[in-house]
Design a protein around this ligand. Sequence first.
Ligand code: ADP
Ligand code: ZN
Length: 730
Amino acid sequence: MTDRDFFHDGELVAVLTTEPLGRALDYRAPAGGCFAGAFVEVPLGPRRVMGVVWGAGEGGFDPARIRPVTRVLDAAPMGAAMRAFLERAADYTLTPMPAMLRLATRAPGLADPPGPRKVYRKGWSAPDRLTDARTRVLEVLEDYGGAAFTLGELAGLAGVSSGVVKGLVKQGAVAEEDAPRDVPYPRLDPDQPGKALADDQAGAAGTLRAAVAGGRYGTTLLKGVTGSGKTEVYLEAVAECLRQGRQALVLLPEIALTAEFLNRVEDRFGARPGEWHSGVTQTERRRLWRMAGEGGVGLVVGARSALFLPFRDLGLIVVDEEHDSSYKQEDGALYNARDMAVLRASLCDAQVVLASATPCLETWVNAEAGKYARIDLTSRFGVAELPEMRAIDMRAETLEPSRWIGPTLAAGVRARIKAGEQALLFLNRRGYAPVTICRACGHQIGCAHCDARMVEHRFLKRLVCHQCGETTPMPETCPSCGVAGRLAPVGPGVERLAEEVAERFPEARVAVLSSDLFASARALKDKIGEIAGGGADIIIGTQLVAKGHNFPLLTLVGVIDADLGLQGSDLRAAERTFQLMRQVSGRAGRGERPGLALLQTYQPEHPVIRAILSGEEEAFWRAEAAERQAAGMPPFGRLAGIVLSSPDVQAVFDFGNELARRDAPLRRIGAQVFGPAPAPIARVRGRHRVRLLVKAAKGAPLQAALAEWVGQLRPPNNLRLAIDIDPQSF
Ligand code: ADP
Ligand code: ZN
């Protein structure tokens, strides 16, 4: 990239497009010239495509054949820091630049001229007699709250023709309006008084405010138990960022959490922030993308992909629940939003706040080493106390067959119901039963396309593969031996646990929270609101409930199987179990009554279970860190995973073996290659997957060596190769 920022009419410019060409192509600047970073339309063969002026052209071609840029699009040019960020992110993740640019231009109609457009939203009348098609349209509008859609979007989401929507407009049930054409978002007022902060909160907020006001890069780990008031604290950092006239971004791991967060922002700043995730309409996304670039939005709340919005002047990035595995993008460009946030901030003089009760080991180590600042909030806000935690030794409990709630836990649940409080039973398994076995031949029903078992979902009356989503009706006869009536569920999922609860606590109102049981984010949100208001006595949930929800009446958390995450050979298993158990237990006792967490386990003496119970977190992390260090594993060494996949199992292993043999480029940097071995999930959607793991010392130039190494061989047809820097499982 050059530091030139304007190109005159006819000068050579390099334009990067999202076409998989590998590099930027030369064009001539259009009449009137263009800025570096400008969004432009250029001819490519017979087509016209969107691109970004990346810098000066390289020349070296027949000058007569270089074509001019067709036109400059109406969008704020992409700033130099953003372009540098995309380049560095591409280098780090070994993602080609066109794919990187695609992440940054996920705005529908980006290149459209801003002509007049109509949008549709909920109208004033509520007709009581409607066709099914019309009812579906109104349901979509209901699901998305007050959102506005284009005609095509609304009809598409409802699965009806556009005539149906027009009919509703005539009835007054749908309102047709001129689009809020890329207008700025309402200004957030940072000086509106916030909540009075407790002493430790005020201290933390002061430190973060000063860091933001400094206008330089820095990362802070904001560590505090759930309910300690971290959100209130980092909202003060957001306030300071807004005062400085800069933009702020808050990343959340789960769409279901945004609704509550938006309300809190509105309470604090008097207006709502911009919202960016898969549940936001295209119209609104287009507006947010443009306003990020023009500075017409002060605060954006979003999912990991919001990190690639072209902010004009980003001064703060908050990564809430920074340890959450959903920050890792596992498809296409493989990146970890937490790490990319740090990279982006370091290039635009912004501050990063990593908030968590249970940070990931990498973050903890960076804080220990002084690379990140660290602030601890050690007590819960107000009267709320941390829950007491106890293990229940399941070897001493008597369980009837097909029962999973032991007598001790059951007594605890009963006591809560009597007291008018709530109990949460946590089981991280969706569906009815994880395994379906034939009692005649012993066959376990598996997915036809994946190396995974089919999971029975009784509400759906189907078997579902949690890897690829394949579903089949629940069979009557065994697919292997053909005997009828002998298929039986083995082990519990949340649906089966709900059955046990219904039998044993018939008087209780039961709510099951599992992501697959809700048709929309709104339905889930409504349910969560209902539970928070006391609409259930027993809540049964998967890890969906572990994340951030606030249930004031909840005083008992029962973990059905605390050993579940400890099986398997994954080096991160301990860390993950520790995080999840602490997180889920943190749901109890957030109101005025104290909480209790009971963990059912068959191995109460396991070091991880003991660390969870004792709450000696620092000791736990120190031990984990020492183990990783001894093994030369991240963050003390570097890892990359190479995942090869193909429908042809022989071909993937052959290719993997050939790569492993040609390891000279890796050996030159002292790196080792392991494998090929079946990937953690060995078959997905009919493709066999094998993985090679490359392990290098911390400072080694891993990316360059990897590029040279895989560049030696051309994958055969139908074989895909994906490079995963810093894989999540190892
Ligand atoms: P965390 O993000 O650490 O889980 P929150 O910021 O969500 O904690 O705070 C937990 C609860 O305590 C929330 O309901 C929040 O509104 C409340 N709370 C936190 N700090 C204050 C404060 N200073 N004044 C009033 N309520 C507060
Ligand atoms: Zn499958």
